[in-house]
Ligand binder design. Sequence first.
Ligand SMILES: Nc1ncnc2c1ncn2[C@@H]1O[C@H](COP(=O)(O)OP(=O)(O)O)[C@@H](O)[C@H]1O
Ligand SMILES: [Mg+2]
Length: 221
Amino acid sequence: MAEWTEISPEQMKEVLEAKFENLIPRRLRHMRFSNFIAPQRSKLAQVVQTIKNWRPQDGKQGRPRGSKTMLLILGEPGTGKTHLSIALIYELIMQQEVHFIKWVTAENIASEYAFSFRDDSDMSPADIEDSLKQIEFLCIDDLGYEHLSEASVGLFHRIFCYRYDWMLPTIVTTNLELEEIANRYGYRVLSRFFEMATIVHIPTKKDFRVKRAKVNIFVGK
Ligand SMILES: Nc1ncnc2c1ncn2[C@@H]1O[C@H](COP(=O)(O)OP(=O)(O)O)[C@@H](O)[C@H]1O
Ligand SMILES: [Mg+2]
């Protein structure tokens, strides 16, 4: 008879690290709260705390209305939106607070969806839509950067409305302003975001990529 072999905490940590690595592209895997720089007591430090402490409220307390099942991170390019969302995902995985999680860029969703209409695609449009609707925990990175087509707008609209209805945890990062979200995906989507999302603005305009490269550039008119 087979015996149970208990796995040690170290082995468990390895398993969970591997799970995280399978999910997150290489360039982004180092992103943690511990290596995110924010001056003490700054607004940025407060935002980091809000993100670190964020957990979906799934209405189990019996109050589905107003429950926050989405974390919406807004901000300029290079200000740490992707970094902070991945840092949170790392914590959620390592603490085994989520099991089935998908991290994907909006651009990938749109291009895979467009491809799925072709005859040589393994996935059908419905397969893609269902997987994004139903995954236990979804993180969509850089909403608004994807190619805008009627089909992709419809897809994002349906994903957000479905996840709103079923109160499924979702993280979204975007450079878009709130009004631009309404212009792109429709007011119905923004209205649901207002109800379901904890909305955080990254309170800086400094592009960390430029800062780190130690170059002075001027982008503008
Ligand atoms: N405050 C910060 N401390 C440490 N690294 C940062 C910070 N802000 C951004 N970065 C780094 O700068 C790069 C761009 O950040 P990223 O999160 O990808 O920006 P965004 O998603 O807002 O465009 C990444 O390599 C990220 O790790
Ligand atoms: Mg980003």
